[in-house]
Design a protein around this ligand. Sequence first.
Ligand SMILES: [Zn+2]
Length: 200
Amino acid sequence: MSRPLSVFLDNGHGNDTPGKRSSFPGLKTLYEYEFNRDIVTLITLLLEKAAVPSARIVPELYDVSISERIRRVNRMVSAASKDGFQTVLVSVHANAGKGSGFEAWTSKGKTRSDLLAELILDAAPKYLKGFAVRKDVTDGDGDKESNDFSLLTKTLCPAVLTENLFMDTLKDYQFLCSHAGRVAIAEMHVAAILNYKETL
Ligand SMILES: [Zn+2]
């Protein structure tokens, strides 16, 4: 019998965030804030079907500061813990830098975060067919904002940040723009979260 789990979902960036978008001539612009929010919506619906409660950290369309997002997560973690729930945070992003494939990030030394990240990475090949799962990102090609890391290090629950393919690589961009691609990305997260829940 697994213990109840409450899932917190962060959609990075906002409609006022500079950059963080595709720019293929003649093709519609993919904005990361919109993608992140759509994936979080799809994950929420799938978790609802699986009877796993979840909450969105940033319901706003605009960018909310990292310190405020950390505050929100930690408030929710405290409340859920009091109610007997285990908690986990997933922050959804799309990558840029002209690479290709999927990455999952955690802070150092948090084993529960590592477990969820591993489960997402394990699920990735099934849902992201034809895309690389970039497991070793310590070789300098992952240029993360330090802000995103504080969401992983200063939150009081296991936390994973996913970089779902690259907005500025055409093959990845096309998958990210497609409904089927978005559903697959959401399903990948939920499959991993449900597997994680079984370990509690
Ligand atoms: Zn991002």
